[in-house]
Each structure stands twice: as C-alpha cells, then as structure tokens.
Design a protein around this ligand. Sequence first.
Ligand code: ATP
Ligand code: MG
Length: 480
Amino acid sequence: MDLAARLHKTAQSAAVSRVVPRAAIPAARQSPAARAEAHPAVEVTDQPKVDHTRSDQYHEIKNSIHDRLIDVLDLSLLDSLPRDEMRQEIMRVVERILREDFAQAPLNAAERKSLLGEIEDEVLGLGPLEPYIKDPTVNDILVNGYRNIYVERKGILELTPARFKDDEHLRKIIDRIVSQVGRRVDESSPMVDARLADGSRVNAIIPPLAIDGPSLSIRKFSKDPLELSDLIRFGALPPEIGEVLMGIVHCSLNVLISGGTGSGKTTMLNVLSRFIPEEERIVTIEDAAELQLKQAHVVRLETRPMNIEGRGEVTQRELVKNCLRMRPDRIIIGEVRGAEALDMLQAMNTGHDGSLATIHANTPRDALMRLETMVAMSGLNISDVSLKRYISSAIDVIIQVSRLMDGSRKLISFQEITGMEGEMITMQEIFAFEQSGLDERGKVKGRFVSRGIRPKFSDRLAARGVSLDQHLFAPLGGAA
Ligand SMILES: Nc1ncnc2c1ncn2[C@@H]1O[C@H](COP(=O)(O)OP(=O)(O)OP(=O)(O)O)[C@@H](O)[C@H]1O
Ligand SMILES: [Mg+2]
C-alpha cells in the first residue's frame, strides 16, 4: 500500500473538496468547543519576529485546516513513518485544502507559508512551543497554564506572546511528550518527568496539584555543551580557578558542586568531567541523563520511576550500589538527593577517589548539612560526630555556583575541606567572587579573589605530578 493510502483513513474522507470551512458555519450552530476554537487566543509562533497583527480569519482558517487534517489523516500512523515522508504528506494535504477551500481566503504568500509551518508544528511537534524548541538561544521553556509561556535566554526570563488555545490544548501537548517515553499524566499520576527526543528534560504537573492549570518546564538539551573556555569567556570564573579545577579533577579529588535551582551545577559537572583522564573507567548515575562526557570509556546509568502498577522503580541508591560492582575508576552522580548519599560517601572513602556529584544547596555549609541529613535518613546508625568525620574525610572540595541577579551564573566560592575541629567540619575558602553592586545596566559588578591560602591538596597534586603555580593562590585573582 502506498504512503498516501496508508495515511488516509478512507477514500471518502479524503475528499477534501467537500470540506465546509468551520468559519462558514454560523457561530450559533457550532459546538462551544468549536466556537472557542474559532476565536482562539493569539498564537504567535515566529519568535523572534512576532506578528501581533494576524487576523481572526487567519486563525479560523488555520483551525479549520487543522481539524480537517485530523479528519483526513490517520495521525496514529505518524510515529511509525519516516518524518520527512510524513511532513511531505501533511504539506501536500494542507496545500490541497488551502487551494480547494480557501482559494479566496485573504492570505498573502507570507501568511500561507507561516500557516503551513504552524500546522506542521501542531501536528508533528509541540505546537506553540516548537519555535522555542528550535531556537538555540533559548535554554529553558516554562509554561504556567495555557496563557503564559516563558523562555529563558542568556539567563533572563521573558514572557512570550505565544499561547495555547486552552488548557486542553496544553494537556494534549503534554500527553504527546510523556507518551513518547511510555508515561502518562492524569489525575492519578499528575506529576511526570520525561524527555524530548533531543534529550531535553521535561517536567509536567497538572491539576489538582497545579492549581492554576497544567504546568510544563523544559530544560533544553544543549547540543554544544559549555566548555571551560566558555565559562571563562562568560565571566563565570577566571582562568586561574580553571587551572586549579583541571588539576583537582585530573588528580582524583572528590568534588561536590553545590548550587540552587538552575544555577549551573550540571553544566559545571559536565565541564569538570572533561578533565578525567581518558584511560579511566567512568560510571555516571542520573535521574534524567543530561551529562555529555567526551571520554570513550563511560557507562551511563539512569534511574527508573515506578510504572503504573507502582512497580519496577530503580533508585539512585540501587544504581550506586550496583555501580560499585562495575569496577569504576570514577563515579559521577548527577545530583545527590537522598539515601544514595551514604553509598556515595562510602565509595569515596573506600578507594573510589575522583568522584564528582552535585547537590542542591545555597552555601557550602548548607551542602554539608544536607549531606548529613540525607545520610541520617538512609538509616545509618552512627553518632553525629562520626558522621561528620565520615563526610569530612570523603569530600575534598566544594564548589559553590550561583545564578546572580542579572541572570549570570558564576562560581562564587571554592572551599577545601580540611578536617574536623571539635564537632565541626572545617573548610577553608580558597577563591571567591565578591560582588560590589550592579552597574547602570543592571549587570553584576565584582571580582574574583584568592584568599591567599595555599590549599592542602597542593601536595597531593604535586605527588601526582601536577604542580600548581604559587601565583594562582596569591591574594588577588582576576576581575569579573
Ligand atoms: N556559566 C554559565 N553561563 C551561562 N549559562 C550557563 C552557565 N552555566 C549554566 N548555564 C545555563 O544555565 C542553564 C541551567 O544550567 P544547569 O542545568 O547546569 O543548572 P542546574 O543547577 O543543574 O539546574 P537544575 O537545578 O535544574 O538541575 C542551562 O541552560 C545552562 O546552559
Ligand atoms: Mg542539574
């Protein structure tokens, strides 16, 4: 059977010339849903060239064509077909509908073209989100109910003029995303993590948990992950600190990257992982695989949520335990957030040096406290002091990253764990970013400083042939 025949449900329904455009039906005779569709909210998808002036008629035509397309084509076959063939077929049918039913429609050539693009996005992609998915300058897309679509570019959140038709339309797009990873979202499981085909991370949460309508958060997967040189160029850290970071990772220090939501933890982890020597065997453990390692010898593990029957869950803790049987040289944990903290510390304390992990905390001290709480909750029965000693001997360095007021991300503190004093874990700050204010454009002003301390780990590095020049730790570092 040829493609066209497989796609068209029946020969009769393919008779597009019989289509009566919905716009031609008196509003009173239309269903409420159809009426709502005939006067949709402004839907603009051509970012950054946003067109606020499209007529209602344009939207009516678009909706009619979309509805007609769904009548005519068996969209359930979409996924099983090569995308290019599907796209061609859709375009062929849309052009035919346009030609036969809307020949007199007041659409100029540009509108016809964008209409084709928008219908394609609607049928094959993520509707109004599609232009932002394709836009490489956007790193986050945040949808709060059908009317509010925010994007983040260069650290700044902006409200876009795009919107969904209604909450149902937004739900349809959410369903499309989550069904691709074999999940579903409904009242009984109203929160779902999923991934787009390109690796972008998605979280969806719907009412009743999300009070004002379905909410969708997308962290775009970057095809070209940031490198140390990019971070230096963006002013996230000066080259001197970069040199020290290379040294500590190369020489297998255990490093914890601490930061708030979206502060650049995963990015920093990815950058640091670059400095792991090629011959070492790396195992990564993540809730949603985001890391992009360059080395060849990498095993990537990802947790699994429970299925609809509540079974089959595989936690980070189980993966960390399993990974210890895989003879790793390095263990990288995307984000420690629970009982796996104990197994990670055990690994660090028993010869798996050079492990890297991130943790959600606002200061290095908070990061330690969170670790303690996580371990305490994992059921380990030891005294507080012993637990602290355990942590202090496992972790060598904490790097604090932060998203500052102007949206920029910076390494704001580099701390070395030095041991214990009484019942306290002791740390010393080696480098820091000192903010002095904001300039007239609202950009953060400040400078990176070195506290003038030669870290204790310098000797460990020297023993492994990496000598850090003394000038790196001289009292003042580069400017921001
Ligand atoms: N130094 C930087 N300069 C500019 N952009 C950055 C920098 N670091 C990270 N980003 C961008 O900021 C966004 C958030 O980064 P990242 O995913 O690393 O944060 P995170 O702390 O891991 O977030 P989450 O808490 O959601 O896991 C990404 O789009 C990333 O590309
Ligand atoms: Mg992250």
